[in-house]
Design a binder for this molecule. Structure first.
Ligand code: ATP
Ligand code: MG
Length: 275
């Protein structure tokens, strides 16, 4: 692991589990995260999953926002069994995996559960065990994390092969995205970070935001690292009223209005993820 930039505390995030060379095919695990909350992670996760499923991939989304989950709302599901029941041994993992609209699978979590505001060794082990069990059965597992740099978020991200940071062009969101990237570099040696700029208002804004973030990372994070952090712009998604409309209807945007500009942009992102 590369040296942490000075002044950054190391969190207790576990080292990322390594894939054995002779291991059977398993899912590519992508964590969708952000510095600031409410930037569009859950909406993006669900719509990415929808498109990947239409592309005939086996997809599971997991609500890793364990204490404040709302992927179920986005998917219009009312789960009777959640990850909490699996963690506490009340239900089997099989029973907790639900069919989501569009044919992908979902592992949902509860909301308002203070026990998941901090990561305990038990929850760590349980979450890792769940991921290890589902990974061989899917092509893609997408973790919809909470926002910020809590140990719950960082641990979920540590379990993923790829991290996708969602940011909007607002300075507050960019500042928090930078903080997330800096902490991921320091605690998990993440040197490749995919970036989605959401809620853009003009062509090229995503590129400008990503470039600005890269410049700050180059200046303040990369000098302390053996391998520099590189941000890879997966794409931009425009600010589009159709997104809000789809959420209000509790229908996924790609189902509700596949021709909407934001829907077309998500399809572009998913296609790039697949390549
Ligand atoms: N491209 C977009 N255009 C317009 N509105 C959007 C767009 N993306 C997201 N939104 C709006 O932002 C709201 C919040 O999105 P979402 O719940 O996906 O954010 P989040 O990052 O998962 O939030 P949290 O940090 O609370 O988990 C959506 O319900 C939608 O109304
Ligand atoms: Mg969310």
């Amino acid at each position: 692991m590369s040296a942490a930039p000075s002044g950054l505390p190391r969190t207790e995030a576990a080292p990322r589990p390594r894939r054995r060379v002779d291991a059977p095919a398993r899912a590519r695990i992508t964590a969708v995260t952000s510095g600031k909350g409410g930037v569009g992670k859950t909406n993006l996760t669900a719509n990415l999953a929808w498109h990947l499923r239409q592309a005939r991939k086996r997809v599971l989304v997991l609500d890793a926002d364990l204490g404040l989950a709302n992927l179920d709302v986005m998917l219009n599901l009312a789960p009777k069994i959640t990850l909490h029941d699996v963690f506490t041994g009340k239900s089997s993992l099989e029973d907790a995996i639900l069919p989501a609209p569009g044919g992908f699978s979902a592992l949902l979590a509860g909301s308002g559960m203070v026990e998941y505001s901090r990561m305990t060794p038990e929850v760590r082990d349980q979450l890792l065990a769940v991921i290890e069990k589902v990974a061989p059965r899917y092509d893609h597992v997408i973790l919809d994390t909470g926002a910020g740099i809590s140990d719950v978020v960082l641990y979920s991200v540590s379990l993923a092969d790829d991290v996708l940071v969602v940011v909007t062009p607002e300075p507050t969101s960019m500042t928090d995205a930078y903080a997330t990237i800096k902490v991921l570099a320091a605690t998990q040696a993440r040197v490749k970070v995919k970036v989605v700029v959401n809620q853009t208002r003009r062509h090229g804004e995503g590129r400008a935001v990503c470039l600005q973030l890269q410049q700050v990372v180059d200046r303040f994070v990369n000098p302390g690292l053996a391998t520099p952090v590189r941000l890879d712009l997966l794409g931009q998604v425009p600010l589009d009223i159709a997104v809000r409309d789809s959420v209000l209807r509790r229908q996924l945007l790609l189902d509700f209005l596949p021709s909407a500009p934001a829907a077309l942009a998500v399809v572009g992102l998913a296609t790039r993820l697949l390549t």
